[in-house]
Design a protein around this ligand. Sequence first.
Ligand SMILES: [Fe+2]
Ligand SMILES: [Fe+2]
Length: 430
Amino acid sequence: MSQLSDLLLSCWVVEAARSAVMASRGQQESAVQTAARARLLASACHAEGTRIVPNYATRHSGFLGEISGTDEDMGALGMIFLQRLGAYIDAHTRLILSEQDHDKLVELGQTELDEVNLALMSGRLFPPPAPAWPTAEQVTAPGEVLATFGILGDPHVGLTETNQSLITALRQMADDGAEFVVANGDLTKDGKAEHFHLARKIFDEAPLEVLVTLGNHDLWGGEGELSLGMERFRAAFDAEPNSVREHNGVRVIVINSADPRRSPFSPFDMMMGEFKDAPPQTVPGGTFSAETIEWMRGLEPAGPTFVILHHPPYPFLGVPPLVFGLDQASTAHLAELLVKVDAEAVFVGHSHRCHLNYLEEVPVFELASASDWPFGYSMVQVTDRGWSLNLRPIDYDPQMDPMSHRDYLFRRYATGPDEARSFVSLNEPG
Ligand SMILES: [Fe+2]
Ligand SMILES: [Fe+2]
């Protein structure tokens, strides 16, 4: 599917889902107007020859519903979140809809804006509850331990002055018995050469080996017309972004899914509901290069195998749907690999949320970022009878603003179900 049709379909998914969520929150008028926005986008999809997939909207609305909550609990904040998503759709369809259709879309969005303002004026913006780390039961598979490894999710070196959460997490993973760690892309804040070198320094000084691959944030660098990420990555790490690591018969396959193409859009500020005043960077979505696909074809079945990459597979139904995840063609290659090597699990990052999904019946975990709420690191332990995944808290005070509505929405976004943070799988008897 082309980028344009994926973007149109993504916009339809959001509007159809928002309409359903508004209806369930009792935002009746807005729900009706948003359904009309969804119909307009469905027509645009039809004109492009893109089929809408109702199931995507259902799954997306489930997720949006969890974040926006009920009107009683969340009041105007839930409405604001939904309305800002609508603003995202307005901004991103300006280039792909006719001027007439776009004007109509924006006009239909006016009702919910009025509704948000009314809720704000009536004082329905409640103080957020204090952050509580999402503790889930720590689980282990029975049997003799074969391998233990850690995953440092989306480290984004350069995001804070000290990068203390990352340094602490690496020490904790070593203390927890990890033989090695995989940093699954978005190694840097935004692809600057100095941050690649700083990441190398932090990983070199860690008490255990750190394997690396690329994420979308690593690829651009914020200047010029061409992505410099791959050269900077190679210069800093002297490594390839596709790699295999074996320990005691357990295998970890690390695959590069970062796409070096430039996005036509500037980064979007979700709280402000508008594009940031900054140059476009790489597209957020992922893809496998021809070279990577060829490399994947050479991988044969061998022992318990785990696959790690940056992007969640298609159809990604978080925010924003489809265009933020791995593309459909690359996902087909990933699915083929999972079946061929009889993979145990896939671990991805990028979304900075805890989430569990399945591809070819193989569990796919979206893991927390070590630089973002809930500030955790992931530990995988493999035994001769199964394996377990546990998210553990980094011993680090993130200095979040507990009263910030932005932080509270992000906490609701990122926490996810217990099974995405604490999971055990036992081998089939046989
Ligand atoms: Fe990231
Ligand atoms: Fe990312």
